[in-house]
Design a protein around this ligand. Sequence first.
Ligand code: FAD
Ligand code: SF4
Length: 596
Amino acid sequence: MPTISPDKAKPEYDVIIVGSGAGGGQSAFTLTLAGLKCLMLEAGRSYDVVNETPMFHAPHQAPLGGVGTPDKPFGFHDATIDGGWQVPNEPYTSAHKQPHEEFQWWRARMMGGRTNHWGRISLRNGPYDFKPHSRDGLGFDWPVSYEDVEPYYTKVEMLIGVYGTNEGLENTPDSPPGVLLPAPKGRAAELLTQKHAKKVGVPVIPIHRAVLTRPLDWKTIPQKLYPGNKWAQGIVKEAMSDRGACFWATPCGRGCNVGANYQSTTVHLPPALATGNLDIIANAHCREVTMGKDGKATGVLFIDKTTGKEVEAKGKAVILAASACETVRILLNSAGGKGIANSSGLVGKYIMDTVGARLGGQIPALENIPPHNEDGAGGSHFYAPWWLYKEQLAGKLDFARGYHIEMGGSRHMPGGANPVSDDYTRGLYGTKLKEAARRYYGSFVGFSARGDMIPNADCYCELDPQVKDKWGVPVLRFHWKWSSHELNQAVHARKTFAAMIEAMGGTVRGDTNFTGPNSIEKPGSIIHEVGGALPGADPKKSVVNGFNQTWDVKNLFLNDGAPFATNADKNPTLTIMALAWRACDYIIEQAKQGTL
Ligand SMILES: Cc1cc2nc3c(=O)[nH]c(=O)nc-3n(C[C@H](O)[C@H](O)[C@H](O)COP(=O)(O)OP(=O)(O)OC[C@H]3O[C@@H](n4cnc5c(N)ncnc54)[C@H](O)[C@@H]3O)c2cc1C
Ligand code: SF4
């Protein structure tokens, strides 16, 4: 990825963008294609997708067979570089030590951020998800509605490429005809789940993921995205035609060097750079937004990690897209640690993760399946959207919001660890071990809930008064408390999974203590951290308006997950990108009017 050194930066840009992940990438794409001069600052190093993606390496080519280690938690071949649950030189702290209340913070520090290895599950929030308070009196409504965001969901889906089907289900929006790419067929375990989950009332349908099941239609999509703008069409067409279709064989978490799935480094940044309007500085650790006497942002201060020197970059507007809590950290560290954009006192408040709960089982009907390749599109093909909206609204459940079910299990290429659980092969060797491995491989299923979390005042982050990072920048301290809604939801999910496994004729495996604290995954561990800059219609009760624009600093925008009012069960990234594109259209309009 071409980058510049700090001394080559222009004296001033139209917009400074902090972070190169989903939010930063989308911002750079939209703004540079509108002709705005942008500088992107990325704290991690540059990353060459074509040459650094170990797509075809077998597990035995990696140390320890490629299994996870503290510095590579998702395995040796995972695309993450210099990131994970701990980032060298950048600690964070937690005010709680109870396992289910100790926030886990996964951070990426590389070009493209977490988009190089994310799960690519790309679900639209539904109409209820934007107005949850109006529906059940809990949490907050967003200042935008589904109708406001819908055109941007469509644009993002057309640009990045998302497979899936339209099913016409409640609060599970369809895309306009022709926008989604064909969904892959279900694998054996997914088809069996689909058949038997019906018995317990759970609908199983194709999931939506940002993977190209066929090449993008580069002849017509650029015209739809940029009608009448031949220059922009040409750049988008070039970038789209460079992307290959999925060839169903390699784990997406390693990244995709043929560009068949969405990552900022293959989809957003190449066309943004091709406009000639984007400069990128890597190893640029932003510490604060600089402010002018007129109350507007003048740019940012960053530490050049290669020299340790502090550098100032100037822009007419600033976009923070450093990931939700890192954006909060930059806001709180600005103005000499007094913080900015915080007249409401809400910066850092109401942070959320997705509710997670899981259970697995062994299914005799899946034993002894003939050997075949089930790798598919590198992740789930099917899922179950939340199906009990009416029962919930009628007060028949002891929790207010729903979850969707993601499913695992199949005969994809095994990683370094034993793909058959030890208790099915223990004590066996030679022919008997081989027979057991062939019999049981692919007969295990796993179900994971991804649930709506209602924001609450006990979940927040603040600057730790004592701890600083290597460069002297104060770090975040996290506070967390689940409410009974999330705890009960996790219990409901695990009981449902047990019923599904039994309906499939299988045996539940693992811990069946279905209490809330025992059922819910650790906060932050689903890696869907959002919130901390509540959006709203009232400047006294929110940090940003419906365009991600901070109320207090008019030329400061937050284009990541920070300005989320709720965390619906739908995975957040598609919404981050849709809202970022919408905010950038607003910035472009302001630039045209000369009011940036
Ligand atoms: C294993 C995994 C699976 C996931 N699966 C899914 C999924 O299936 N669907 C889904 O919707 N979401 C998923 N997510 C979450 C998804 O990755 C994030 O929602 C998304 O990447 C958020 O985009 P972002 O731009 O806010 O942050 P990021 O993608 O994290 O990008 C932020 C960037 O900012 C940089 N940065 C941080 N601090 C600074 C600083 N101070 N100065 C300069 N730069 C800075 C970082 O280095 C990073 O490059 C998954 C995440 C992980 C880790
Ligand atoms: S499964 Fe498909 S999209 Fe995923 S890495 Fe392999 S080729 Fe790319």
